[in-house]
Design a protein around this ligand. Structure first.
Ligand SMILES: [Zn+2]
Length: 416
């Protein structure tokens, strides 16, 4: 058996890459989202404890070494791997510079860290959607408080949260398993937590196992059950990580995939596929039927209102990019925290409490916000450009699964 030179060299660079990511993690506690590779590399990173400047130098050297390697032209996967490692390290350098105090504009940061350019929408764009909503919602006057009181009927009572989530998870799992061959041993546990800036989080532990945390600081509305079950679980983050582990780490021995750098291009793919995955598992009318018959009942909410609720929900989802505008303004310094929260209340229709929680998310995760909506849009465009349109579910799942099992970069989604 022979191994080609490039793959040996890439394997060596993969170890340096892992150590670099773990080294940044020693300066930035949010940076390492998951690591299940050799414990010895972690021990080495900890004992060396490189300064930010030294990390930057090693990262630049790694890029130079990688650029000297040329992967075979006839095989896409090694090419994707090669490009991926270089781009991830470029992003790592940008994160280190940010930690060193370098100023990036929101758009520069998004490009440097996530390999993508977020679009920008004028206020009028959101005003038009708000106006449409105003015509659908009961009552008179300003839309944000009307939406808030409308939604009050759709809160999952605390004592029913777990039953509702478990029902959503088991349906998401069943629907995903019909389409994707999952490892037999895959599993996750759900934990309810408080005091976080996010609403849910998937912590991947390796061996096809995840810990999913759900933040109960604020009321949880019925739409969050399927969203979180699919986004964090099936076919979202949990499945994505399990497929990377199976296909890239175990089958190909590409060890760099045992580490997941949060502020990196990989996150746009992760969040984009997780959000797109909601609609994969529960396309349109199927979701409403499942909500009406199962989840609304489990939550003690009137199921006959499911159709109406999701018509409104769909419009509200179109306000999604309003959050990016608030983040851009806040991080670029054109909006204060209060003004950013105000924007979120008016154009993203968040309650005042959720809007403040969201500004704390901006503090902690910054331009990461683009990964959810832009990620979802780019993933959708990519899969559809491959022929995986909504009317061809087999092809859609096939392309989706392939994307979840390969190291494709955000910029590689648009030039497919
Ligand atoms: Zn996520």
């Amino acid at each position: 058996m022979t191994t080609s030179g490039i793959s040996v060299d890439m394997d060596r660079l993969a170890e340096s890459y892992i150590k670099l990511v773990l080294s940044v993690g020693l300066h930035d506690s949010d940076y390492v989202d998951a690591y299940y590779g050799p414990p010895q590399l972690k021990a080495e990173a900890e004992s060396e404890k490189l300064s930010l400047e030294a990390i930057k130098e090693s990262a630049a050297a790694l890029i130079n070494q990688a650029r000297m390697l040329t992967p075979a032209r006839n095989d896409e996967m090694p090419q994707l791997r090669h490009r991926y490692v270089i781009r991830q390290v470029e992003s790592l350098i940008a994160r280190v510079e940010l930690l060193q105090g370098k100023k990036f504009s929101f758009d520069e940061e998004a490009q440097a860290l996530y390999d993508a350019q977020p679009p920008s929408y004028p206020e009028d764009h959101f005003k038009a959607i708000i106006k449409e909503l105003g015509a659908l919602l009961p009552g008179q006057g300003a839309v944000p408080p009307r939406y808030d009181s409308y939604k009050a009927d759709f809160i999952i009572p605390k004592e029913k949260l777990d039953a509702v989530f478990q029902a959503a998870v088991s349906e998401s799992r069943a629907r995903t398993k019909r389409r994707i061959q999952l490892p037999d041993e895959e599993s996750f546990v759900i934990e309810y937590v408080t005091g976080k800036s996010w609403s849910g989080y998937n912590w991947y532990k390796g061996n096809s196992h995840s810990l999913i945390q759900i933040n109960t600081d604020l009321p949880i509305y019925i739409d969050r059950a399927v969203d979180l079950a699919s986004h964090e679980g099936y076919p979202g983050h949990h499945v994505y990580n399990a497929l990377l582990e199976r296909h890239l780490v175990r089958e190909r021995k590409w060890m760099e995939f045992t580490v997941y750098a949060l502020f990196s291009p990989q996150s746009l793919i992760a969040e984009g596929t997780a959000n797109f995955g909601i609609d994969m598992a529960f396309p349109g009318a199927e979701r409403v039927a499942f909500e009406r018959e199962v989840l609304f009942r489990a939550a003690g909410i009137d199921g006959t209102r499911a159709g109406e609720y999701y018509r409104i929900h769909e419009l509200v989802m179109r306000l999604n990019y309003a959050g990016n505008e608030a983040a851009r303004g806040y991080l670029d310094g054109t909006l204060t925290r209060e003004q950013a929260a105000e924007w979120l209340i008016n154009y993203a229709l968040m309650s005042p409490e959720r809007a403040m929680q969201r500004t704390r998310f901006f503090d902690q995760y910054r331009s990461y916000v683009i990964n959810y909506n832009l990620g979802q849009d780019l993933v959708k465009q990519y899969i559809e450009s491959k022929g995986g349109t909504a009317d061809k579910p087999d092809k859609r799942w096939e392309e989706f699964t392939r994307l979840l099992s390969s190291p494709r970069l955000p910029s590689g989604l648009t030039k497919a």
